[in-house]
Design a protein around this ligand. Structure first.
Ligand SMILES: O=C(O)[C@H](O)[C@@H](O)[C@H](O)[C@H](O)COP(=O)(O)O
Length: 236
C-alpha cells in the first residue's frame, strides 16, 4: 500500500479528482472503457462532486458501488442517490452505465446480495475500487469483528447488523475489492488517524479491515494531514 498525504481535505479531494480524471482518460484511451466502484461517505461524495466539471468521456465510464445501504431506492441514505445528486445526474453518463446494487423493494436481503453478486460478475474486472474508511478502520460495509470481513470469495454479501446505521447493507467482500486492478482508500480527518495507523501496521483483518485492501496493480491510501498524523514518516 502506498501512502500519499495531502495538505488538507480540500487538497485531498481536488488532487484525487485530478488523479482519477487522468486515470479514466488513460483507461478509456487504452481499453475503450473504465469501470469504477465508487463509495459513499462524505469524502467519497465530495470526490464525486469534484468530478462534475472535469473533462471526462462519460459515455465510456461504468459506475458501480463497493457497498450500499439496503434502503429504498429514493432514500437519502442511499449511496447511489447521493452520487446521482453530486455527479451522475449532472454529466452525460448513459443510464445503462450506472450499475446500482439492489435497493430494498421488499426482496429479502440475501436474494438482493445474490443479485449484487451477479451484477459484479457481469461487470468483469473493475479498474478501480474507491473506499472510504471509518474511525473503526471499516471499509465498504466490512466492520471489525464481524463475520463479513472474513467471508471468502468474490461476491456481494448481505450485512444485517451494521454497527453504523442503517443496519442492513450490501457489501463487496474483501475478495471482490482485491479483484480490482486498483484500490484507493480516501481518508480525511483527525478521527481517522488511529485507524490509518492500524491499517498500515499489519493488524489482523478482524481488527482493521482496511489493512486487507489490496488492488492487483495498485493500492493507494490517500489522506489529508490530519488523518496521516500517526503514520510513521517513512510510511507517508
Ligand atoms: O457506509 C457508511 O455508513 C459510510 O459511508 C462509511 O462507510 C464511510 O464511507 C466511512 O465511514 C468514511 O466516511 P467519511 O468519508 O465521511 O469519512
Amino acid at each position: 500500500m502506498n501512502v500519499i498525504t495531502h495538505r488538507d481535505r480540500a487538497a485531498l479531494v481536488a488532487q484525487t479528482a485530478d488523479r482519477l480524471t487522468a486515470l479514466l482518460g488513460e483507461l478509456i484511451a487504452t481499453q475503450g472503457r473504465a469501470t469504477v466502484a465508487v463509495t459513499g461517505g462524505s469524502v467519497g461524495i465530495e470526490l464525486l462532486a469534484a468530478l462534475a466539471d472535469r473533462d471526462i468521456d462519460w459515455q465510456h465510464v461504468v459506475i458501480t458501488w463497493s457497498d450500499e445501504r439496503y434502503v429504498a431506492a429514493d432514500s437519502p441514505d442511499r449511496n447511489a442517490r447521493q452520487a446521482r445528486e453530486a455527479l451522475l445526474d449532472l454529466v452525460p453518463i448513459p443510464a445503462e452505465n450506472v450499475r446500482e446494487l439492489p435497493a430494498d423493494d421488499g426482496t429479502p436481503l440475501d436474494a438482493a446480495a445474490a443479485a449484487g453478486s451477479a451484477l459484479l460478475e457481469s461487470l468483469g474486472t473493475i479498474d478501480l475500487t474507491l473506499l472510504g474508511m471509518g474511525p473503526d478502520a471499516h471499509i465498504a460495509s466490512l466492520f471489525p469483528g464481524m463475520p463479513g470481513v472474513l467471508q471468502p470469495g468474490v461476491a456481494v454479501i448481505a450485512v444485517t447488523d451494521s454497527p453504523k446505521p442503517p443496519p442492513s447493507r450490501l457489501s463487496f467482500t474483501v475478495g471482490a475489492i482485491n479483484a480490482s486492478d486498483r484500490v484507493w482508500l480516501i481518508v480525511a480527518g483527525a478521527d481517522k488517524a488511529e485507524a490509518a495507523a492500524l491499517a498500515r501496521s499489519g493488524a489482523a483483518p478482524e481488527t482493521a479491515p482496511a489493512g486487507t485492501a489490496q488492488g492487483r496493480e495498485e493500492t493507494l491510501m490517500l489522506l489529508d494531514a490530519e488523518a496521516a498524523a500517526l503514520l510513521e514518516e517513512d510510511g507517508r
